[in-house]
Write a protein that binds this ligand. Structure first.
Ligand SMILES: *Cc1c(COP(=O)(O)O)cnc(C)c1O
Length: 373
């Protein structure tokens, strides 16, 4: 089952883009710094932040964000139970302790009510967390204004993992720009891919500067090599930056396509009373990176996934929550059952921007057939 006829979210690179590649590669190879600045500026312009740093993955950007905020070994960092593992991995890289927080049912993201309880009790006992890492799952805005307001009250920095949420908005503002730092990913399956890459977003010049320093082997300003800190090789390569910059103008079109794909699934499947979708809340605009849905009946998600795979169509289970992972399950956790429920009943359907109408109609027909049996 390695090759699917219809994949979940394959890269959308067309012939016209490939034609530009030799030029891109020539620029990116000749002067990578210039290519990086071009991509960073394009992202700043689109997202409205003043500072951006192009790096080699979203995960590196998360690691740098925690380092730049000065999170130390032994510090506590709040993070979601329901997210991709990179979010919590980054917290472990800096030796901090993840405090795993469950989701609310409206957006499937971190529950502000639980956050408030944790912050209150931790602050009261003089154990203020060093940061909160908020993720926007599958492109859907979390209750970001609420979470940021709580953190501001207790003066706790916020990092937004907007890895899959490029172009999604809350009250018109880009995700990844609400906290002290935000990150994006340009991995293969994201809405814009550079074949692997990430971006750190911030309005704080000090954070950008520190992250850029650490991302390039922590080289001090001197006519020869001097290193006062342990650094990393996290910079984006010039070729990837060219590829990214050359796609920014396609973002709106891609979001429109993703939202159309979602609407087609929604329109045809919401009539089943046991199917639920990740719905937008007032003020939210998801980029619909992946269409995800819940079959609130035992055993459907897994058997439907198998059925689609037999027809060479890829579907995926939603994330297995972080408090269930053998490597993280011993960390402090505040669980209400939502992430477990999402994992048990949820499925992600093919949502690539190159999915044809015919292919999507075929998928929907297969799902209907399956549900009849
Ligand atoms: C894709 C993704 C990441 C990781 O990004 P990479 O560029 O693959 O390192 C992190 N968090 C979330 C929520 C993601 O979807």
């Amino acid at each position: 089952m390695s090759e699917f006829r219809i994949k979940l979210a394959p890269p959308d690179i067309d012939a016209a883009m490939l034609k530009q590649l030799p030029g891109c590669f020539a620029n990116g190879a000749a002067d990578p710094g210039k290519s990086l600045r071009r991509f960073e500026q394009a992202i700043c312009q689109r997202s409205g932040v003043t500072q951006a740093l192009a790096v080699n993955s979203g995960t590196s950007a998360l690691h740098l964000a925690l380092l730049a905020l000065g999170v130390n070994p032994g510090d506590e960092v709040l993070c979601p139970a329901f997210t991709f593992v990179a979010t919590i991995n980054a917290i472990s890289y800096v030796g901090a302790i993840p405090i795993i927080v469950d989701s609310e049912r409206d957006t499937w993201n971190m529950d502000p009510g639980i956050v408030e309880d944790i912050l209150k009790s931790r602050v009261a006992s003089n154990k203020k967390p060093a940061a909160l890492l908020l993720a926007h799952t599958y492109g859907m805005p979390a209750k970001v204004a609420q979470v940021v307001a709580l953190c501001q009250k207790y003066e706790i920095p916020v990092i937004e993992d907007a890895a899959g949420s490029l172009g999604a908005r809350y009250e018109g503002q880009f995700l990844g720009t609400f906290g002290d730092v935000g990150i994006l990913s340009f991995n293969y399956n994201k809405i814009i891919t550079t074949g692997g890459g990430g971006m750190l977003l911030t309005n704080r010049a000090d954070i950008k500067e520190k992250a850029a320093y650490l991302a390039t082997q922590a080289r001090s300003r001197a006519p020869y090599y001097v290193h006062r800190d342990v650094g990393y090789n996290y910079q984006m390569n010039g070729l990837a930056a060219e590829l990214g910059a050359s796609q920014i103008h396609l973002l709106d079109e891609r979001i429109k396509k993703k939202r159309t794909i979602f609407n087609n699934y929604y329109r045809t499947l919401q009539t089943y009373d046991f199917i639920a979708f990740q719905e937008e809340q007032p003020g939210s605009c998801s980029n619909r990176w992946l269409t995800t849905l819940i079959f609130d009946r035992p055993d459907i998600a897994g058997s439907l996934k198998k059925y689609l795979e037999e027809n060479s169509i890829e579907a995926r289970h939603l994330w297995n929550p972080m408090h269930r992972q053998p490597v993280f399950k011993h960390h402090p956790q505040y669980i209400n059952g939502t992430a477990d429920w999402l994992f048990k009943h949820g499925l992600a359907l093919p949502s690539g921007t190159n999915l044809s109408e015919g292919q999507q109609a075929e998928i929907i027909d297969l799902i209907r057939q399956f549900l009849k049996t």
